[in-house]
Design a protein around this ligand. Structure first.
Ligand SMILES: Cc1ncc(COP(=O)(O)O)c(C=O)c1O
Length: 394
């Protein structure tokens, strides 16, 4: 078996049956059918066959999917148009009316809405647990629990879920598990190694890595991925040919980017933690993170995602100061999204305020003085310098 760095360049080559080293973009919605009716029927029904009709597959999507499956150590993977298409398709593949789902209190906001509002519309009950407390998961399970849905580290509060605990418990009880591995990336964490059945990503983030595409991915057994493919035919979230091509190109440098980002984020987190205007740094690579030991056990690196809480006499002052910092930052752009080569910062309380009541904000770990930071691959001295000038004289 070759190493990750080699597989990122060479996996899935068999899907490129041209002489081009870099596969062409198959900018075609449909493909010439075989004259043979039996072969045509096989092509129409074969899961993920890449030369039938765009919604069924695309050669470059298949190549990129094989790279990601190799990274996550799963039998197969399926690419989708966005991370939310991957999450919704994966969930709708494994649940039915009457089922009970257990999820975390803190998830990416659109996933939270899907869990809290969409699933109950279809007769699926959802309960929530505190991801920092294994006993609260055990207590949330019911006889009809069929799915545990996870995200670790979670967005935006960087809390960590005990993957081995969930994996073991779910396998004993025959419950399917899905983990959103977007924040960690497979370079830092492989949930499948802990018994998690399905791994989903917003490939818009680290996997693509250049903030120039949207994509998602569902990884799992051949059987599960084929079932998800069938659902995707009806749900319609197939990945555009050019985005698949950009994703494959982004994947080539995933390991280089994520390793640099890990190093930059750790150094910035250590620096921020010492700054008097910062009340708290949430970074699972810091010994001060309440789940640092767990993170060390299940992660190889700690990602480029961190959150900081700007100090203030009360929430109002924290809010104003957080806004001031955001406005003063020059290298860290105030833009949604994360996981790209460029550093970004956002104010979660403003971004998601309309989706959460004050009580829900608290449960999701969102504070008015909080900034969520996505560290890029710029020089660390410049990144620290940017925060130094933004925090000066607060
Ligand atoms: C953890 C996580 N999962 C899923 C998504 C959704 O991804 P997309 O925007 O590609 O649909 C996001 C988006 O920010 C995210 O942060």
């Amino acid at each position: 078996m070759s190493h990750i760095e080699t597989d990122l360049i060479h996996a899935g080559k068999s899907f490129n049956d041209t002489k081009a080293v870099v596969p062409p973009i198959y900018q075609s919605s449909t493909y010439y059918a075989s004259a043979d009716a039996e072969a045509y029927m096989a092509a129409a029904t074969d899961a993920r066959y890449p030369y039938f009709y765009h919604r069924h597959g695309n050669p470059v999507s298949s190549q990129a999917a094989e790279v990601v499956a190799g990274l996550e150590g799963t039998e197969a993977a399926l690419l989708t148009a966005t991370g939310m298409a991957a999450i919704s398709t994966a969930i709708l593949t494994v649940i039915e009316a009457g089922d009970h789902v257990v999820a975390q209190q803190s998830h990416y906001s659109a996933a939270s809405i899907l869990l809290k509002e969409l699933l109950p519309q279809f007769g699926v009950a959802v309960s929530f647990f505190d991801q920092g407390d294994n006993a609260s998961l055990d207590a949330a399970l019911r006889d009809n629990t069929t799915l545990i849905y996870l995200e670790t580290p979670s967005n935006p509060n960087l809390a960590v879920t005990d993957l081995a605990h969930v994996g073991n418990l779910a396998r004993q009880r025959g419950i399917t598990t899905i983990c959103d591995n977007t924040f960690a990336s497979p370079i830092n964490q492989r949930p499948g190694d802990y018994g998690i059945d399905i791994i989903v990503h917003s490939a818009t983030k680290y996997l693509g890595g250049h903030s120039d595409l949207t994509a998602g991915v569902i990884c799992g057994t051949e059987d599960l991925v084929n079932k998800a493919w069938k659902k995707l035919l009806s749900l319609g979230g197939s990945l555009a040919p050019f985005d698949a091509w950009l994703l494959l190109r982004g994947l080539r440098t995933l390991s280089l980017r994520v390793n640099q980002i890990n190093a930059n984020a750790l150094e910035l987190a250590v620096w921020l933690e010492k700054h008097p205007t910062i009340a708290r740094v949430g970074y699972c690579g810091l010994p001060s993170h309440p789940q640092h030991e767990l993170a060390k056990k299940q992660m190889k690196g700690f990602t480029g995602m961190l959150c900081v809480e700007v100090a203030g006499a009360d929430e109002r002052q924290q809010f104003t100061r957080a806004q001031t910092v955001l406005n003063r930052l020059n290298i860290f752009a105030n833009a949604a999204s994360l996981g790209g080569v460029e550093s970004l910062a956002v104010h979660p309380a403003s971004m998601w305020g309309m989706h959460h009541s004050p009580e829900q904000k608290l449960k999701a770990g969102i504070n008015d003085g909080m900034l969520r930071i996505s560290v890029g691959i710029e020089h660390i001295d410049d990144l620290i310098g940017d925060f130094e000038q933004a925090l000066a004289g607060l």
